[in-house]
Design a protein around this ligand. Structure first.
Ligand code: SF4
Length: 509
């Protein structure tokens, strides 16, 4: 039964006013509303952890998808969303599109339940109903934009109910820039919880038992073969690969914390790194990609784990020739621009360059952090322009400027490239779905990249055949011949400029 509720210091009805309801507009209003509703501390921490700039925010999917996916992939973990129905529809649709095969709980609200604080009571009731230790280790409840802006105080939920841990997080689009960093919001919150548990007494051992060797925790979701490959590279150092964070199960969090070092394979896990550092673990930047990357990484990991230099050298002698051999067997020839939002963009660029590609530009939606510094320095020494927090415009500009033989990027970049008869590959579907690390990663990109590079002639043929059909005002399926109406566009443009001026004038009053 739900215990009698404390009266929550919620809600800011401002969040529901005007057109401030979504990511399409009203961000400043949402931020101001959230601050007024007591979320300043959370938002300040996010601003520190996930710095923006040089521009406001990359054009990316709803950030909450990142944390939602992390929770949905964990065993014995229930997920509840609190947000506008349209946001929840989009998020659940996308998670099932990506094969979640798990229900997503939803606590709906309306103006009244939000403004009176009843929404918090509804969430509380839902959490109590769900907290069955026979089924769950943890329940993750996420405030989306509107509940965050109106200050729904998830921190007032009990920390555990019947032994089921309750993790409440705010993941608003106006506070967390990318879905990548939202993964860190949840992973960091879980690590913090697990660290506190481990400090207080014995905790569950990993499912397969404790590793006989000291382990290295791997930070960042990666292709399933990569942790295995990394384990093989760690073996000659007397080390083993620990869990991958975000983990697939609650008990893995303890094993992740119980490591000799953390490999920040993906560089944007700032909150998680804070927890590892609080547990006294050292963090190693970059990843074992290509010859140079693997050499530097083995050295850094060996140093962090106090492995003797002759043992580190022996490991290098065993692994590096295999990488060199694999790279030279599968060369890549061509000019490439690359952009994405996964966090592994700089690593992929390193691998392409070592395979022989002429990479000119790397754009990533993620911020600059110390954990990708070795990659940035290495890439810039090869003349590559590295752009953190890259906007779509910057990615497209790079494509125009460098006229690549292949553009690797996000959906809109790939679309634009194809329009320009430039062969293109989706980063997320085609590049992230391959091993990148060590000998297995060397040469693994060549097949897909070379096949795409060879497509140029087909693009030219298609362009010759179709001409300008289906572009500009001709786009779409028509019954008659489409007529261009530049005067309509002109009229609309003037109207928008007038509205902007009016808005500015009102702001100055
Ligand atoms: S929760 Fe996501 S989809 Fe909804 S308004 Fe916020 S950023 Fe947009």
């Amino acid at each position: 039964m739900t215990p009698s509720a404390v009266s929550p210091p919620v809600t800011n009805p401002q969040a529901l006013q005007g057109d401030g309801l979504g990511c399409h507009s009203g961000k400043e209003e949402m931020l101001a509303a959230a601050r007024a509703a007591g979320k300043s501390e959370t938002l300040e921490q996010y601003a520190k952890d996930y710095p923006k700039g040089p521009h406001d925010q990359p054009q990316s999917m709803c950030p909450a998808f990142g944390s939602l996916r992390v929770g949905l992939r964990m065993r014995r973990t229930a997920t509840i969303l609190s947000g506008s129905a349209c946001c929840v529809y989009g998020l659940t649709f996308t998670s099932h599109f990506y094969g979640a095969r798990r229900s997503v709980g939803y606590v709906p609200f309306n103006s009244e339940t939000l403004v009176t604080g009843k929404l918090f009571e509804d969430i509380r009731e839902a959490v109590y109903k769900l907290a069955d230790p026979a089924h769950y280790d943890a329940i993750v409840i996420t405030n989306l934009c509107v509940p965050t802006a109106s200050g729904v105080p998830l921190q007032l939920l009990p920390k555990e109910i019947n032994g089921v841990r309750i993790i409440g997080i705010d993941v608003p689009g106006f506070g967390v820039p990318t879905h990548a960093e939202a993964k860190d919001v949840l992973a960091g919150a879980m690590l913090k919880y697990a660290r506190t548990e481990a400090e207080q007494g014995p905790v569950q051992a990993p499912r397969g038992g404790k590793s006989a060797k000291p382990t290295v925790t791997l930070l960042g979701e990666m292709f399933p073969a990569d942790p295995v490959g990394i384990g093989m590279m760690l073996d000659p150092l007397g080390l083993a690969a620990g869990p991958v964070v975000p983990t697939r199960e609650w008990r893995e969090l303890y094993a992740a914390l119980d490591c000799v070092a953390v490999a920040a394979i993906h560089p944007f896990y700032t909150a998680s790194i804070r927890e590892f550092e609080a547990a006294g673990r050292s963090i190693v930047a970059s990843a074992p990609v290509g010859y140079d990357g693997t050499e530097a990484w083995l050295q850094a990991i060996g140093g962090a784990a106090n492995v003797a230099q002759d043992r580190i050298d022996a490991a290098k002698n065993r692994i590096l020739p295999a990488i060199k051999g694999a790279l030279s067997k599968m060369p890549i020839k061509g000019r490439i621009t690359l952009s994405g939002y996964e966090g592994s963009e700089l690593l992929v660029a390193r691998l392409l360059i070592e395979s022989g590609a002429d990479v000119r530009y790397v754009g990533t939606a993620c911020p600059r952090t110390p954990w990708s510094e070795p990659d940035r320095v290495w890439l810039e020494s090869k003349g590559v322009a590295v752009q953190y927090r890259a906007s779509l415009e910057q990615d497209l500009q790079a494509m125009q400027e460098f006229q690549p033989d292949l553009a690797i990027g996000t959906t809109p970049v790939v679309q634009k490239a194809k329009e320009l008869t430039i062969p293109a590959l989706y980063f997320t579907n085609l590049i992230s779905a391959r091993p990148l690390m060590g000998p297995a990663g060397a040469g693994s990109l060549a097949q897909v990249v070379n096949a795409a590079l060879a497509n140029k002639a087909r693009f030219n043929e298609m362009k010759d055949f179709f001409g300008d059909v289906g572009s500009g005002h001709n786009a779409g399926v028509w019954e008659g011949m489409p007529v261009d109406r530049p005067e309509f566009r002109d009229h609309y443009k003037k109207h928008v400029i007038k509205l902007e001026k009016k808005k500015k004038a009102e702001e100055m009053i």
